[in-house]
Ligand binder design. Structure first.
Ligand code: SAH
Length: 243
């Protein structure tokens, strides 16, 4: 299949995706990507958005790394996007200037919880995946550039915090690096756009902050994604990406 030329946005939670779809006018009915998986896609001539969907047994959004990888694979095979954006909420860091509602754009992307102290597996575990340089676009929109760091837990034990400090992470999520790995296999440019819902290095519990700031942050995510997509795509015959 030839490249569609559209960017693809990969998201994990329906409540995060709803304001983004509405900001991007992605109001067509969702289409399932595979009979065995809950992944679903919304399309417009300018952009596509995929969601992991609900876990068939637990009935909650399929967050974290494996669904993100499967959904990315299925959507990339179908649409051959020109850029993939892992979008969603994330934890931020007070000691690196983070605040609730801050928008972060990746300039690098790692896993912080794949601790494998066995020679070359150490680097494999950390990932450090290719991230496309959209620094000028991000800066012009007032986004914070920095490392987006992924793990499969909402909390952050000491070892994870030390790893995130080593590359000065600005956003901690549960999906971006999994999406980045799939993009690397396909040689498709990747980035992550995250809005801070909670501060990892504060005394308040992450889960409580996440719930109370969720609505404000996801509205901000909708606006930020729209501004970003409008700036990186040229309105024309095929909405080619400008990178
Ligand atoms: N408790 C929530 C579940 C959200 S889990 C609920 O009941 O709805 C967190 C989701 O938001 C993941 O998809 C992850 O990518 C993102 N996220 C937000 N803050 C995070 C943090 N501090 N650490 C890891 N992921 C975070």
């Amino acid at each position: 299949m030839p490249p569609s030329g559209r960017p693809l946005i990969v998201m994990a939670m329906e409540a995060e995706a709803a304001p983004v779809r509405s900001a991007l006018n992605l109001e067509t009915p969702a289409e399932k990507l595979h009979p065995a998986f809950s992944s679903k896609i919304w399309e417009s001539p300018r952009v596509c958005l995929v969601l992991n969907g609900e876990d068939r047994r637990y009935g909650v959004d399929s967050i974290a790394s494996q669904p993100a990888a499967i959904t990315s694979l299925l959507a990339i095979e179908r649409d051959r996007p020109s850029l993939v954006i892992s979008a969603g909420t994330a934890g931020g860091f007070v000691n690196r200037g983070g605040h609730i509602g801050q928008v972060c754009l990746a300039d690098s992307c790692y896993f912080h919880d794949r601790r494998i102290p066995l020679e070359a597996f150490d680097a494999y575990g950390n990932g450090n995946y290719p991230v496309v340089d959209l620094g000028d676009v991000g800066t012009s929109l007032g986004f914070q550039l920095g490392a987006v760091s992924t793990g499969n837990a909402l909390d952050a034990p000491e070892a994870d915090l030390a790893k995130m400090d080593s590359y000065q992470a600005v956003a901690k999520d549960m999906e971006a690096a999994a999406v980045a790995w799939v993009c690397e296999q396909f040689d498709i440019p990747f980035t992550a756009l995250k809005v801070i819902t909670d501060l990892v290095d504060s005394d308040e519990s992450t889960a409580e902050q996440f719930v109370s700031n969720f609505e404000i942050a996801t509205q901000r995510l909708g606006d930020a994604t729209k501004e970003f997509i409008e700036l990186i795509t040229t309105e024309g015959e095929d909405y080619a990406i400008r990178t």
